[in-house]
Design a protein around this ligand. Structure first.
Ligand code: SF4
Ligand code: SF4
Length: 464
C-alpha cells in the first residue's frame, strides 16, 4: 500500500507534556455509545456500595475484618487462590479483547477516560468551546476568569470528593462512612484516604488527563505487542484521503482528484482538534491513540458536509486497509477465548465446592496423655472453628473412630458469622477399649443447619 504523505507529515512530533490540549467537543454515533456506557458505569460505581443483601452491604471488601463480601459469598485470606484466578482471567480477557478490538478498553471503559470525559464536559460548560477556553487561559486574570476558574475547580473537587468517598465505601461500610464524614467524626486514617483519593482523582482527571494514558499507563506500552493484522483499530485511509488539501463545499471531489490529484481529506484539522491525546491519526497508528473514535465521528461529519462517503477514518484493521479481508477469529483469539472460558468454569466450580468453614485441631503440647484418678487416659486438644458463612450456625463434633465409646463432645456449638471459636476438648477413654498405643482419629465438624458444611481434621489419641 502506497502512502502519499508529504515529508513534513511523516514526522511524528514527540509529545510535549508541557503543551495543553484543548479538546473540541464532538458528538456522533460512537460518542453516544461512549456517553451511554460511561453513564452506566458511573451509576453502577456509585450505587453498588448502597446495595443491601440479607441486611448487610452486598459488596464490601472489609480490610479490617479481612473479609471480602460479594452478595451471598464471603471470601477470606485463605481464599487467596481465587484472587490469583481472577487476575489470570482478567489478564487473558484483556489479551483477548485487545487482540480482537484493539484498545477498546481505553476508549470506552477505562475509569481514567470516563472521568476525564466528565471533567472536560464540566470545563466545556463553564469555560466555553475550545477557542474560548484557549483565550481564557491566555487572558490576564480578571473577575470573570477568577469566577469561571473557581467554579470549575470547585465542581472538579466536589466530583473528586464524591468519587473518593464512593471508592472508600467499597472498603468501609457505607452507612458508617457517610455518617462519620457528615458529622466530621471520621478517624484520621479514613480522612487521610478520602483526601488522598480526592487529590488523585482531581489531578488525574482534571490536570493530567491524557498524560496518564501516554506517560504513565503501562498498558499503552505493551498493548501493541498483542495486535495482529486483524485487530480492530482506528485508522485513516491514506489511499483515499491523500493528497489532502483544503477546498470549498461546492467543489467537485472527482474534478479535484483529476485536476489537482487531491484525495478526500479536506485538511480541516478537526480530527486533531478533537483528539484527547493530541495526535494526528493521519500520521499512521500511534501508541497514544486510545481508540475513542472522536476523530471518526468528526471526520464523518466533515465527509457528510462535503457529500463524500463516510469512513475516511474508521474502525478497521491493517488487513482491511491493505485490501485484504479481515479474519474475525484466528487461532490466537480462539486460544485466548478458550483459556478465559476454562478459567471461568474452574473458578465457578471452585466457588461452588468451597465450604464456608475453617477448622484446625491442636494437641496439648504438655504431654502425649495423662491418667486421671480413675485410671482413665486423657488426651487434650484445642479446636479452632471459623464460621466463614454469613449466618450464625450450630456445629456438632463427631469422632467416627471412637463412636462406640461414650465421649463428651459438643453437640450444638453456636458460632456467629465471621467468628472464630476456640474449643478446648478433653477425651477420656478407658485404655482397654483401645487396641493400640496410638489411635488415628478424625474430628468431624458439621453445621447442623447446613449438613453440607462439614470438615474433617486428623489427629491422634495416645495411651500408655
Ligand atoms: S477530519 Fe477528516 S477531512 Fe478533516 S483533516 Fe481529519 S481526516 Fe482530513
Ligand atoms: S486518534 Fe482518534 S481514536 Fe485515537 S485517541 Fe485521537 S481521537 Fe481518539
Amino acid at each position: 500500500m502506497k502512502y502519499n504523505f508529504k515529508e513534513e507529515q511523516l514526522i511524528i512530533k514527540p509529545y510535549k507534556s508541557e503543551q495543553s490540549i484543548y479538546i473540541r467537543e464532538q458528538k456522533g454515533v460512537y460518542q453516544t455509545y461512549r456517553r451511554l456506557l460511561s453513564w452506566l458505569l458511573i451509576i453502577m460505581f456509585i450505587t453498588i456500595p448502597f446495595l443491601q443483601y440479607q441486611g448487610q452491604q452486598a459488596v464490601l471488601f472489609d480490610i479490617g475484618k479481612q473479609q471480602f463480601r460479594v452478595f451471598s459469598l464471603t471470601f477470606w485470606p485463605q481464599d487467596f487462590v481465587l484472587l490469583a484466578g481472577i487476575l489470570t482471567l482478567a489478564a487473558f480477557a484483556l489479551f483477548f479483547v485487545t487482540t480482537w478490538l484493539g484498545r477498546v478498553w481505553c476508549g470506552y471503559v477505562c475509569p481514567q477516560t470516563i472521568w476525564t470525559l466528565a471533567y472536560v464536559w464540566v470545563e466545556h460548560r463553564i469555560e466555553g468551546k475550545r477557542n474560548q477556553r484557549k483565550a481564557l487561559d491566555k487572558a490576564p486574570w480578571n473577575l470573570n476568569k477568577l469566577k469561571k476558574k473557581t467554579l470549575k475547580h470547585s465542581l472538579w473537587l466536589s466530583m473528586s470528593f464524591l468519587t473518593a468517598t464512593t471508592f472508600i465505601s467499597y472498603f468501609i461500610p457505607v452507612q458508617s462512612l457517610y455518617t462519620d464524614l457528615l458529622s466530621f467524626d471520621s478517624t484520621g486514617l479514613i480522612t487521610f484516604w478520602v483526601l488522598f483519593f480526592t487529590l488523585c482523582t482531581y489531578s488525574n482527571a482534571g490536570w493530567l488527563r491524557e498524560k496518564v494514558c501516554i506517560d504513565m499507563c503501562p498498558y499503552a506500552r505493551f498493548q501493541s505487542a498483542m495486535f495482529d493484522k486483524n485487530t480492530l483499530l482506528v485508522a485513516y485511509d491514506a489511499q483515499r484521503g491523500e493528497n489532502r488539501g483544503a477546498r470549498k463545499l461546492k467543489d467537485d471531489a472527482q474534478q479535484l482528484k483529476q485536476e489537482q490529484g487531491l484525495g478526500d481529506c479536506v485538511d480541516c484539522n478537526l480530527c486533531v482538534e478533537v483528539c484527547p491525546t493530541g495526535i494526528d491519526i493521519r500520521n499512521g497508528m500511534q501508541y497514544e491513540c486510545i481508540n475513542c473514535a472522536l476523530c471518526i465521528d468528526t471526520c464523518d461529519e466533515t465527509m457528510a458536509r462535503f457529500n463524500y462517503k463516510k469512513g475516511l477514518i474508521s474502525y478497521t484493521s491493517e488487513q482491511a486497509l491493505t485490501g485484504g479481508k479481515s479474519k474475525r477469529f484466528n487461532v490466537k483469539l480462539i486460544a485466548y477465548a478458550s483459556f478465559c472460558l476454562v478459567c471461568s468454569i474452574a473458578m465457578i466450580l471452585w466457588i461452588n465446592a468451597r465450604i464456608p468453614l475453617e477448622a484446625s485441631v491442636l494437641r496439648d503440647r504438655n504431654g502425649l496423655y495423662s491418667v486421671n484418678y480413675q485410671g482413665m487416659i486423657k488426651n487434650t486438644y484445642t479446636l479452632k472453628i471459623l464460621n466463614k458463612s454469613q449466618q450464625p450456625l450450630h456445629f456438632k463434633i463427631k469422632i467416627p473412630e471412637l463412636e462406640t465409646i461414650t465421649l463428651k463432645l459438643p453437640q450444638k456449638l453456636l458460632i456467629k458469622p465471621g467468628a472464630m471459636q476456640t474449643v478446648p476438648l478433653t477425651l477420656i477413654i478407658d485404655r482397654n477399649k483401645l487396641d493400640n498405643k496410638m489411635t488415628n482419629i478424625n474430628f468431624i465438624i458439621q453445621a447442623i443447619e447446613q449438613p453440607r458444611i462439614l470438615l474433617k481434621r486428623k489427629s491422634i489419641f495416645f495411651r500408655d
